[in-house]
Design a protein around this ligand. Structure first.
Ligand code: MN
Length: 255
């Protein structure tokens, strides 16, 4: 009676690899439900790439992207901070779309903003999509260099929408074929690349997606004795998958 409970500290959620696509309405339904019922109760939402299966330009009048803009705008209006980091499929998502939703763009990699960082870990938690760490996949890294080149992107965005859509469709088919033949090991992150990356950033905790291998890895860096963590977000093909950070504790949730 009468005793007011302190509300639990609102947490932070991270997602990647939702791969929203018109051909997968069930995934869209789950993601919309997640935004409205889970992300809406959080302080911040981090979208860490490949939220959309493909993106050919902000001028594509897709109903799906407009629905997501509207929900994100509602979240932001309700006080949830939303961030987006491009993945290897939605890297062409631009200022125009982000501004319509009110979402803040994050470069890959970026440190977790201070206001969401637990005490004592300032500058130690970093975010990345993760594809840059798959250094054993030489064929992929070559394509990545081309696609992330700003003059290639400007040329591509200047093409008619129909031509861009045809290119994206062909690229997805090539990717599907490649993924079905390339070895499993090659498509995971390279451990040396991860350590070098974290050395360069001064990171103790790295949060990323891309590999579709949700896990919380913890290991000791050889020679230094220092502990590191790599928190890998899951994809949404069969499950709803996200990482939450509340009261200084990370939890990987699949449901
Ligand atoms: Mn990816």
């Amino acid at each position: 009676m009468g005793v007011q409970k302190q509300p639990p500290q609102a947490g932070v959620v991270f997602v990647a690899d939702v791969h929203l696509d018109d051909s997968q309405p069930e995934i869209t339904r789950r993601f919309e439900h997640f935004l409205r019922h889970t992300a809406s109760r959080c302080r911040s939402l981090y979208l860490l790439g490949d939220i959309f299966e493909s993106w050919v330009g902000d001028d594509d009048p897709s109903a799906l992207s407009q629905r997501i803009v509207a929900i994100l705008k509602d979240l932001i209006d309700a006080g949830v901070r939303c961030y987006f980091m491009p993945g290897n499929r939605d890297f062409l998502l631009g200022e125009d779309w982000l501004q319509r939703a009110g979402v803040t763009l994050l470069a890959d990699p970026s440190p977790l903003p201070t206001e969401d960082t637990p005490t004592g870990l300032a500058g130690k938690i970093w975010l990345s999509h993760g594809d840059a760490l798959c250094t054993d996949d030489l064929a992929y890294q070559k394509v990545r260099r081309m696609l992330r080149d700003s003059s290639w992107q400007a040329d591509f965005l200047a093409k008619p929408l129909a031509e861009r859509k045809a290119f994206a469709q062909a690229a997805r088919e090539r990717s599907r074929e490649y993924v079905s033949t390339a070895s499993d090991a090659i498509m995971d992150v390279n451990p040396q690349a991860v350590n070098a990356f974290m050395d360069r950033l001064g990171a103790d905790i790295l949060i990323h997606g891309h590999t579709h291998r949700p896990a919380m890895h913890r290991w000791q860096v050889p020679d230094t004795g220092r502990w590191r963590q790599r928190l890998v977000l899951g994809d949404w093909h069969r499950h709803t998958s996200y990482l939450s950070l509340a009261d200084g504790e990370f939890r990987l949730i699949t449901c």
